[in-house]
Design a protein around this ligand. Structure first.
Ligand code: NAP
Length: 301
């Protein structure tokens, strides 16, 4: 089976990722072959290409970035009974997703709800799964006011929607051009940067925080606003959040299916910032690295 993959043989900037044609073998034991229909681009992908994740996920080179995709099963290897040819699935792993056809371990797949299109399905696993886990970890419920740092991004926009669905009031930080978008999601937008703490205070008390940005300024604002009351969860742990005792998100088992169900029920939708061909992966990674994607970039083989 001929496949196109976006591969890199040295760590570096997004430009090190190049098109490679491969002859894909049939799926091995406990593997499933997927005709990949859509791939979501995550910050994890450019961090992987840069080599920043080597301490956590050491990768032999050459390697292929990509941690989530959706597609149709075209073949199954021995020992696979959970999925059959023609079934539509979501894949979620660490690397290897920037491919037109791929052999993935069957235990990295989740059935795609029938009503969910491939593009949205490709986006739910990482951002939807992390947001769902964060909101559950915080125990968000009606009466809460949740501050979401980075509310226009993948995890942030999903956190806004899930917290709103649970009946919470949500205040979200974003740059001015994203404020109308946040209002459309049901959040009250606030510009980040100098004076953030005062701007949020002027809107009322915060009972919980989802931090998808991290760093000194954001952490300091979180601590000041909660003042020892309420809880915070971060998807970007670092020395500042550790020192402040802010919990890292604990990813829930079953989060991909849960997020996919929310999306299929119309409660979670990702803005598609840009649709690009798979072969434009380097451009997509560069956009993600620049840090101002609204929702998700999707690659199509
Ligand atoms: N631990 C986990 O399991 C897990 C899972 C998923 C993601 N993550 C991590 O969580 C982080 C967020 O992921 P993501 O996919 O949501 O990223 P993303 O979609 O690339 O986030 C982009 C968004 O960040 C916003 N932004 C940039 N600087 C900001 C600031 N100082 N304050 C507020 N918003 C700001 C941008 O809004 P503007 O354009 O308005 O500036 C943009 O909409 C990444 O570091 C990712 O690696 C961790």
């Amino acid at each position: 089976m001929k496949s196109i993959k976006m591969s890199f043989d040295r760590f570096g900037s997004p430009g090190v990722v190049a098109v490679v044609e491969e002859e894909l073998p049939p799926p091995g034991e406990r593997e499933v072959q997927l005709d990949v229909r859509a791939i979501a681009v995550n910050p994890m992908d450019w961090k992987l290409v840069a080599g920043y994740l080597e301490p956590y996920y050491p990768l032999p080179l050459p390697a292929v970035p990509g941690c989530e995709a959706a597609g149709t099963v075209t073949a199954v290897g021995s020992g696979v009974s959970a999925y059959g040819v023609g079934e539509e699935v979501i894949w979620n792993g660490v690397a290897g997703g920037y491919r037109s056809v791929a052999n993935f371990p069957a235990d990295q797949l989740t059935s795609k709800p029938a009503g969910l299109d491939f593009e949205q399905a490709a986006c739910v696993a990482i951002a939807g799964g992390a947001a769902y886990s964060a909101v559950v970890q915080l125990g968000v419920r009606p009466g809460d006011t949740v501050l979401v740092h980075g509310a226009a991004g993948g995890v942030g926009s999903a956190s806004v929607q899930i917290a709103r669905d649970l009946g919470a009031r949500v205040i979200g930080t974003a740059s001015e051009p994203n404020h109308e978008y946040l209002r459309g999601l049901g959040a009250e937008p606030v510009a980040y940067g100098d004076g953030l703490e005062e701007r949020v205070r002027s809107l009322g008390s915060i009972t919980a925080v989802v931090d998808t940005v991290g760093g000194e300024e954001t952490t300091a604002v979180t601590v000041a606003l909660l003042g020892g009351h309420g809880a915070a969860v971060t998807t970007v742990p670092g020395k500042e959040s550790n020192a402040a005792g802010i919990a890292q998100v604990q990813l829930l088992d079953g989060r991909v299916a849960d997020a996919a169900r929310l999306a299929a029920d119309g409660k979670l939708r990702f803005n598609i910032h840009e649709r690009l061909p798979l072969t434009d992966a380097a451009r997509a990674l560069g956009l993600s690295r620049a840090g101002h994607v609204r929702g998700r970039i999707v690659l199509t083989p």
